[in-house]
Design a binder for this molecule. Structure first.
Ligand SMILES: [Fe+2]
Length: 325
């Protein structure tokens, strides 16, 4: 059980003193009324038996739960953004079981807040059959094992909290022995019906593992082969961003109450304001897969405040972990 003493023992680093940056709804300095709904977005945890990652995750949970002791508003809900475990797409049954057991234990021992979870590509069991030694007919094959861990029948869901409608998407679909970022037809149908049922005055936040929109793949790629117009073009992998992002843009034109899209996957911190929506890629609890920072991204999580006027404030919070040998 988490106690004040255990929080102190966890050696929490000081919280960044910088104020939350308010954005979204086209009004960076808008003021909401009342208390915002506060989410801690912990993405890309990649817990594993190695590199003392279980201790690192416990210290992250402790840090999240220490906000109130530090004079800040407490967190209302933790949302994990996918890649909960190091990897099971290529892992056999025993290794997958070990990783999920570790996640379950650390969560039970170190977290007393409600946790909702998004499925990441590394949480999908056995799609790389040649390495995972799966056949595809196992009861926990694919996303089933993650759904079991997250306590729900489907890899996506939505719920209402703090005056907001929150949607957790499943953005991982098979491509050969790997994956691509998209929704399938069934989930598109569900999402369109789900948003249609939300009152227009209710703001919506969407959480996916793979970013719906990101500039990062462009920022890290080099111009290569000529495109249709004969000019050098950029090749962006559909494993990095949603290949169906134009359909999202179209949907958001219809449902202008969608204010924020939170994601992980890229292990970077990024903020994009586009079409009235804030796209927040929120780093990684594991930074560079527990081996150190990743392109300047520290071991951290995001504190996301959803205000009742539809504005969104977010801050990336390093929790003081450093890589272990
Ligand atoms: Fe990841």
């Amino acid at each position: 059980m988490l106690t004040r003493r255990s929080l102190v023992k966890a050696g929490l680093a000081g919280l960044a003193a910088a104020p939350l940056i308010r954005r979204g709804a086209g009004a960076a300095d808008a003021r909401g009324s009342g208390k915002p709904f506060r989410i801690a977005h912990l993405t890309d945890i990649h817990v594993q038996p190695e590199l003392e990652s279980a201790k690192g995750l416990a210290s992250c949970f402790a840090h999240v739960q220490s906000l109130a002791e530090r004079g800040e508003a407490p967190v209302d809900l933790i949302v994990t953004g996918g890649d909960t475990i190091m990897d099971c797409m290529e892992a056999d049954h025993a290794r997958t079981q070990t990783q999920w057991d570790l996640w379950k234990k650390v969560k039970a021992d170190a977290c007393s807040l409600e946790v909702k979870s998004v499925v990441g590509n590394h949480d999908v069991w056995g799609w790389t059959k040649s390495k995972a030694r799966t056949k595809g007919d196992e009861a926990r094959y694919g996303k089933q094992w993650a759904c079991e861990q997250f306590g729900r029948p489907l890899p996506y869901e939505s719920f209402d909290r703090g005056g907001w409608h929150i949607v957790l998407l499943d953005s991982v679909f098979p491509h050969e022995e790997s994956y691509v970022g998209k929704l399938d037809d069934a989930q598109w149908d569900w999402l369109e019906k789900d948003l249609a049922a939300v009152p227009a005055a209710t703001p919506v936040a969407i959480v996916s593992h793979i970013p719906i929109l990101s500039v990062n793949p462009l920022a890290t790629s080099e111009a290569g082969e000529p495109g249709k117009d004969g000019k050098p073009s950029f090749a962006l992998s559909g494993g990095l961003v949603h290949v169906d992002h134009p359909r999202f843009q179209q949907l958001f034109t219809k449902y202008t109450n969608v204010k924020a899209c939170l994601s992980g996957h890229l292990h970077i911190v990024e903020r994009i304001e586009f079409g009235g929506v804030s796209y927040l890629c929120n780093g990684a609890v594991s930074a560079g897969w527990w081996k150190g920072q990743h392109r300047g991204t520290d071991f951290g999580y995001a504190v996301v405040d959803l205000h009742d006027d539809g504005t969104v404030a977010s801050r990336y919070v390093p929790y003081g972990w450093t890589a272990r040998a």
